[in-house]
Design a protein around this ligand. Structure first.
Ligand code: GLY
Length: 343
């Protein structure tokens, strides 16, 4: 089980984790934006930021640097950054000399609630996202909101969609609390850290029961079957949208589908739809895109034999994996989503 530490005093947490440690050296991995958080560290590997740098070439550069430092299986890697750093740095550490311990210190909300926790590591290959990778959990994840003050609001919104997803899988009270969130207000660090504690716990519990995604872990894909199709289509058009925006639209669409198929309460569809309309509004798709979106959904990693499959809810907290959708279900839900967003 991963050790999760929720604190805004990251340095003390790191000192406690490494004090008296049996490791012969510590190597930090960060990207060009987060290297400043690791300044002054004796051994630091700086990798490019962004999805294009999430490549085999970057993994090789990390391995080369680890070799040059003389790292061994008894060394420790500390990944400081967003999901790209924790995914790629985690993979490099998990495979170098057959694997060394690594700690994740996520610096974005998205990484703190999703990528850094649960052991998925990897990189993009042949134009496919996260095509090569391994399940390899960080021994410890230090979750802090101290990095978020300088995050663009778009980044905060992007991560927040995953926080809402976790609440939809677990707890209506938490779901209602989250829908009160005001992205224009300054961050209340104590409150946000509490929200993260509840949120990440949902993911940790599901992953503990199904670490390799044989069944229940698919629940964490709520909002993603349709969300990934939005994200991929936007990417194909050269106008990428933030991951969490696509997830937010995917969550509403899948909430509509949940209502149509499993009688998920319409009131909760509306509450979610209103929040998404108010905060994630610029939805750049029309009914002319439905065929392409359906094609993308059929090719999603989560679909089999050309059938579209996703997780749906009968109510908040009552999730059902492996739900098969017809094209008619999906287009009906997309119509309702566009109506709700006023498009
Ligand atoms: N991002 C979903 C999972 O880690 O399973």
């Amino acid at each position: 089980m991963q050790n999760l530490i929720f604190t805004n005093d990251v340095d003390s947490a790191l000192n406690r984790l490494t004090a008296g440690s049996r490791h012969n050296m510590t190597v930090f991995i960060a990207d060009v934006n987060t290297a400043r958080f690791a300044l002054g560290k004796e051994r630091l590997i700086v990798i490019p930021d962004g999805d294009t740098g999430k490549s085999l070439a970057t993994v090789c550069r990390v391995w080369d640097s680890l070799e040059q430092f003389g790292a061994t299986r008894h060394s420790l890697v500390i990944n400081m950054g967003g999901g790209m750093v924790t995914d790629l740095g985690g993979f490099a550490a998990a495979t170098f000399k057959r694997g060394m311990r690594f700690i994740n210190v996520p610096t974005t909300l998205l990484a703190a609630v999703d990528a850094a926790v649960g052991g998925k590591t990897g990189f993009n290959y042949n134009g496919l996202k996260n095509e090569i990778g391994a399940f390899a959990p960080a021994s410890d994840v230090i979750i802090s909101t101290r990095y978020f003050d300088t995050l663009p609001v778009q980044e905060m919104k992007s991560g927040f969609a995953e926080v809402i997803k976790h609440a939809m899988l677990s707890d209506r009270g938490e779901f209602m609390r989250l829908l009160e969130h005001d992205f224009d207000a300054p961050i209340d660090h104590d409150d946000l850290l509490e929200r993260l504690r509840s949120s990440v716990q949902v993911k940790r519990d599901i992953v503990a029961r199904d670490p390799n995604e044989q069944g229940e872990r698919k629940a964490l894909n709520l909002g993603h079957t349709i969300g990934h199709a939005f994200e991929a289509l936007a990417m194909q058009r050269g106008k990428p949208v933030p991951h969490g925006y696509a997830v937010a639209w995917g969550l509403v669409t899948e909430a509509v589908l949940s209502h149509l198929i499993l009688k998920f309460p319409s009131n909760d569809v509306h509450l979610l739809g209103n929040f998404v309309r108010d905060n994630y509004r610029d939805f750049p798709f029309t009914c002319d895109d439905y065929d392409q979106l359906l094609t993308l959904m059929r090719h999603d990693k989560k679909s089999h034999d050309g059938e579209i499959s996703c997780t749906l809810l009968a109510s908040i907290g009552d999730y059902h994996i492996n739900q098969t959708l017809t094209p008619g279900d999906v287009t009906a839900a997309l119509d309702i989503l566009r109506d709700h967003l006023g498009l």
